[in-house]
Structure formats: structure tokens, C-alpha cells
Design a protein around this ligand. Structure first.
Ligand SMILES: Cc1cc2nc3c(=O)[nH]c(=O)nc-3n(C[C@H](O)[C@H](O)[C@H](O)COP(=O)(O)O)c2cc1C
Length: 322
């Protein structure tokens, strides 16, 4: 009898966290963020990655990239700076050497794509169309557009619009756009995503920052500036998710990323309007945090007597007005 009720409760809890976004089913809304879980090969040693709602793979480009020279990462108060330089094996090696090892991992894979030209983005996405376990593309637009003098795609509305429409026109899988927070008003860039028919908006990539090595009296990182991530950026990310949800509501799903390290911080993103969340830097200081968050979200929904995860997405807006 005891066993029976336990089974019932387990399957009920499983259902509670299921989400369907852009036509894809996710067993739960907790994903790991690009660049913080590699190509999911290392994570396997710590826990069963099939427990995750999705794994966003490390940024992939057409050609192999070595990345920047050291020093590439440094710790900061409540966060870290990185200037990895998008090191990756390139499309061909990914398809030959990596994808066959991860395609049966047991959860959704999302490919994080970047390019220096529109064509590169399109070619990488097209090259992945036959990979069945890859359920969507996440375009990293925080990279320089060489055709436009190096201005980031994500900082130039015209270039962003062209990019989304070119990629959408060329592929069948859903296309998510991961926006840069280093702009004056992120809502304007979110509007471009909505107008061009993107399937989701991912908020946010890292914030530009720097650290000085006081003993050597010089910048710490080899490229002077780096991307700030970790709990330090949580309030900025939550603010941006809130603003974009306020402007576009249910028109486009938002995936929240930035500073999430426990259930409370994940819930902040969700109540602000995120339909799924990604854990990034926390994977480095507490690799089990995504699993703790899955459990914590289930407990929260149960304790607060919500019938589905969907009910709490964006709830902070309703309560802010009462
Ligand atoms: C070491 C490192 C590498 C990253 N690489 C990528 C990447 O390849 N593509 C991308 O879109 N974002 C990349 N990011 C950004 C994260 O996916 C995430 O958006 C950001 O770190 C904010 O989330 P967090 O505060 O939870 O880390 C990287 C972040 C870190 C710390």
C-alpha cells in the first residue's frame, strides 16, 4: 500500500513540472546553460544528465576555434568573468566526434550557435537539421558581425532582424535568440525577435565587466574585458525577464538565465515571466544545483497547491498590480 501511494506521488510530481514550449515537450523547465556544461560529456560523471529538462550545448561555430589565450577566467564578488573566446571543435568535428556520444543522452539537446556572418549561422544550423536529439537552436548573438565592422549582431536591430529571418527561413527546428544585456533597452531587441518570428527569447548572456590585478597593476584578463556571470547578475537578469514579459506576455516564451543558483533564484525568474530557466555558473560551484532546483520547484508547487508549473509563470506581474 505504502509503495503504491509512493508511485502515485512520483508520477504526479513528474507531470507537475512538464512543460511544452514551441511544440517541444520538456520533462521539466530546468536546463543547463551554454558553456557551463560543455558538450555534456563531463557532466555524466557527476549525475545522470537525463534528469535535466534540456542541455544547452557549448557554443558551436562553422570552423574550429582555439579561443583566447589565458588568463581567461577570474573570480569576482559573487560571480566570475570569462573571456573564453568561444573555443569549440567546429561543426564537422562536432558531428563526427561528439554528437554520436551524446545523442542517446535521454533528454533534449539544444545547440548554441554563433557565427561571424549570417551565412555561418545558417550553415551551422542547417548542418544540424538531421540530429534528432537536438530539438532547437539557440542563437548566441553576442558575437561580432564582420560584415558590419564587428558590431555585435545582438547590438544592432537591423542585423538581428536579418539574422532571425534568414535562419528561420532556412531551418525546420525552433529558433531561440539569446539576447545580450549590454544594450540600453532589451525590449527593443525582444520586439525584433517577436516580429521576425523567433520561437523563444533567452535572457540573458553575460554582462561586460573587468577586473584589475592590483599587484601587477594591470587588467587581469588577457582580453581586458570579460563576461560577468553568476549570482552577481541575478537582479539584472530578473529585471530584463520581467520587462520583456510585461511587454510581450504570452506572445513568445522566455527562457531565464543569469545568476540562478538555487530554487529561490529560479523562482524569481519564473515569477518574472520565464517559462524555463537555465543554470550556468552555479554548475561550477555546486554541480548538483540543477537537480536541487528540480526538486525544490516540485516542492514549491506542491506546498503552494499549484496544479501545474504554467500557473506560476509571470505571476509576479499579476500580484504587482493588486
Ligand atoms: C565559462 C562560460 C562560458 C560560456 N559560454 C557561452 C557560450 O558558448 N554561448 C553562450 O551563448 N553563452 C555562454 N555563456 C553564458 C552563459 O550561458 C549564461 O548566459 C551566463 O553565464 C549567465 O548565466 P549564469 O549567471 O547562470 O552563469 C558562458 C558563460 C560562462 C561562465
Amino acid at each position: 500500500m505504502k509503495g503504491k501511494s509512493l508511485n502515485f506521488s512520483r508520477s504526479w510530481r513528474k507531470e507537475l513540472l512538464k512543460v511544452k514550449l514551441f511544440g517541444v515537450e520538456f520533462k521539466n523547465p530546468v536546463w543547463v546553460a551554454s558553456g557551463t556544461f560543455g558538450f555534456a560529456l563531463e557532466g555524466k560523471k557527476i549525475y545522470e544528465p537525463s534528469k535535466l529538462g534540456a542541455i544547452v550545448l557549448k557554443g558551436l561555430s562553422l570552423k574550429e576555434r582555439e579561443g583566447n589565450p589565458p588568463q581567461r577566467i577570474v573570480e569576482t564578488p559573487c560571480g566570475m568573468l570569462n573571456t573564453i573566446g568561444l573555443q569549440n571543435p567546429g561543426l564537422e568535428r562536432f558531428l563526427k566526434e561528439i554528437y554520436p556520444k551524446i545523442e542517446k543522452i535521454g533528454t533534449n539537446l539544444i545547440a548554441n550557435i554563433f557565427g561571424e556572418t549570417l551565412d555561418e549561422f545558417v550553415q551551422v544550423c542547417k548542418g544540424l537539421e538531421d540530429c534528432k536529439s537536438i530539438v532547437a537552436y539557440e542563437l548566441n548573438v553576442s558575437c561580432p558581425n564582420v560584415e558590419k565592422g564587428g558590431i555585435y549582431f545582438g547590438h544592432d536591430k537591423m542585423a538581428l532582424a536579418k539574422l532571425i529571418s534568414r535562419v528561420k527561413g532556412a531551418v525546420k527546428k525552433p529558433v531561440l535568440v539569446k539576447l545580450s544585456p549590454n544594450v540600453e533597452d532589451v525590449r527593443e531587441f525582444a520586439r525584433v525577435c517577436v516580429e521576425e518570428g523567433a520561437d523563444g527569447i533567452v535572457l540573458i548572456n553575460t554582462l561586460l565587466g573587468m577586473k584589475i590585478d592590483v599587484r601587477r597593476k594591470r587588467p587581469f584578463l588577457s582580453k581586458t574585458f570579460g563576461g560577468l556571470s553568476g549570482p552577481a547578475i541575478l537582479p539584472v537578469a530578473v529585471r530584463m525577464v520581467y520587462q520583456v514579459y510585461e511587454s510581450f506576455g504570452d506572445k513568445i516564451p522566455i527562457v531565464g538565465v543569469g545568476g540562478i543558483y538555487d530554487t529561490y533564484s529560479a523562482l524569481e525568474h519564473i515569477l518574472a515571466g520565464a517559462s524555463a530557466i537555465q543554470v550556468g555558473t552555479a554548475n561550477f560551484f555546486n554541480p548538483l544545483s540543477p537537480l536541487e532546483i528540480i526538486k525544490g520547484l516540485e516542492e514549491f508547487l506542491r506546498e503552494e497547491e499549484f496544479k501545474s508549473f504554467k500557473e506560476i509563470v509571470g505571476l509576479a506581474h499579476k500580484n504587482a498590480k493588486t
